[in-house]
Design a binder for this molecule. Structure first.
Ligand code: NAD
Ligand code: ZN
Length: 391
């Protein structure tokens, strides 16, 4: 089959690889009908994640049709259309029982490698390095899905792929980010990053009762989308008179936003193609002296007693402004998304038309063009917000 493989920093290729097979009774094999490129894939593409090996198949946002089933998977049938959570969960361990699915203790066979690299071991993850299990991903024609008796969720008839694909990750991620922000009715929520995760965090903030949402980014098309789809006020952090902090102070009469969401993460990707642009962005966000920029800003800008919710991914960055954190009595909530928790309620919201995930898609490409898709998405070219690949 054809699959998108990682070959090194900035080098992904569509290769021919062996078809996946059932390896355990709890497996399924899915024929992928739609798959997307995630901001998290950019951490791999830009070479920030160790324990990647040349030839690893990428992709953790995918859906498709069940074509093979292990003997223990009785909840699915061949031909079912399913969305698959990007995190793997056994469904039975201490953490799964608490619905902390992304903390599952049994789904990462390489937990020891993760412990060595990071000092902790998250759940297994599709297409996301060997320390997260070494599982082949779903930017491919077919994918093996372990724990298929727990993860895959059947799509009700009549819903197109594009309506439900983002249930695999970024829609629940944006939603959980807003939920974890503890928004009280009428409060002001500031969201750093207007990528796909930021867009859904912005839209979800209203569902949790926000009175005002302020979105921060620098990419014009993304800020425009935050205004149009997310009804947010926006701050272009590259074109702000003093600083994002000052602007937010001004907008909130000197108190700061009640709830702050960091939908950027450790490494901001695609800061322009020329060194001059990169330097300008670094100067604007204070990278080098002040990393990680968005999280630090979120902490510094949040009003006292507020909440900082962090869907952005941080694996190896530990420079936290702890003094401000303590002195301001902040609460921080974070986590890889417990996707399984949100499949049913969010599927219902999609069916009722309360949320239209497909509206953020700007690029549709065949799998063969995935390498181009990665570059366009990383460099925020051509108005790109979200790329969907069709194997
Ligand atoms: P993305 O790269 O498309 O979007 C990030 C956005 O942040 C970009 O638009 C960029 O211009 C903007 N940005 C960069 N620096 C900024 C700053 N200092 N202030 C404000 N905006 C800034 O990525 P995405 O797909 O939206 O994902 C966002 C983050 O969420 C990534 O770190 C990704 O790994 C993470 N993520 C986490 C989970 C989870 O389960 N917690 C799931 C999916 C993605
Ligand atoms: Zn993702």
């Amino acid at each position: 089959m054809k699959a998108l493989c990682w070959h090194g920093k900035g080098d992904v290729r569509v290769d021919t690889v062996p078809d996946p097979k059932i390896e355990s009774p709890r497996d399924a094999v899915i024929k992928v009908t739609s798959t997307a490129i995630c901001g998290s894939d950019l951490h791999l593409f830009d070479g920030y994640m160790p324990t990647m090996e040349a030839g690893d198949v990428l992709g953790h946002e995918f859906m498709g049709e069940v074509v093979e089933l292990g003997s223990a998977v009785t909840n699915l049938q061949k031909g079912d259309r399913v969305v698959v959570p990007f995190t793997m969960a056994c469904g039975a361990c201490f953490f799964c029982q608490k619905q902390l699915f992304s903390c599952c203790d049994n789904s990462n066979p390489n937990a020891k490698v993760a412990e060595e690299a990071m000092g902790h071991s998250p759940s297994g993850l599709f297409g996301y390095s060997h320390m997260l299990g070494g599982f082949a991903g779903g930017q491919a024609e077919y994918v093996r899905v372990p724990f298929a008796d727990v993860g895959p969720y059947k799509v009700p008839d009549g819903l197109a792929d594009e309506k439900v694909l983002f249930l695999t990750d970024i829609l629940p991620t944006g939603y959980m980010a807003a939920e974890q922000a503890d928004i009280e009715p009428g409060e002001t929520v500031a969201v750093w990053g207007c990528g796909p995760v930021g867009q859904f965090a912005i839209q979800s903030a209203w569902l949790f009762g926000a009175g005002r949402v302020i979105a921060i980014d620098r990419v014009p098309e993304r800020l425009e989308m935050a205004k149009r789809l997310g009804k947010a006020e926006t701050i272009d952090f590259m074109n702000v008179k003093d600083s994002v902090y000052d602007r937010l102070q001004e907008m909130t009469k000197g108190r700061g936003p009640d709830r702050c969401i960091d939908a950027v993460g450790a490494e901001a990707h695609g800061w322009g193609s020329t060194p001059a642009v990169v330097d300008r962005v670094k100067a604007a966000v204070g990278v080098g002296t002040d990393r990680p920029a968005a999280l630090r800003q979120a902490i510094m800008c949040c009003r006292k007693g507020g909440t900082v919710s962090v869907p952005g991914v941080y694996s190896f960055v530990d420079q936290m402004p702890m003094g401000a954190f303590i002195n301001k009595s902040l609460v921080m909530k974070t986590g890889q998304t417990h996707v399984h928790r949100y499949l049913k309620p969010l599927m219902e919201k999609i069916q009722k038309g309360e949320i239209d995930p497909a509206a953020i898609i700007t690029h549709r490409l065949p799998l063969a063009d995935a390498p181009k898709g990665y570059k366009t998405f990383r460099d925020k070219q051509d108005g790109c917000v979200k790329v969907v690949l069709k194997p």
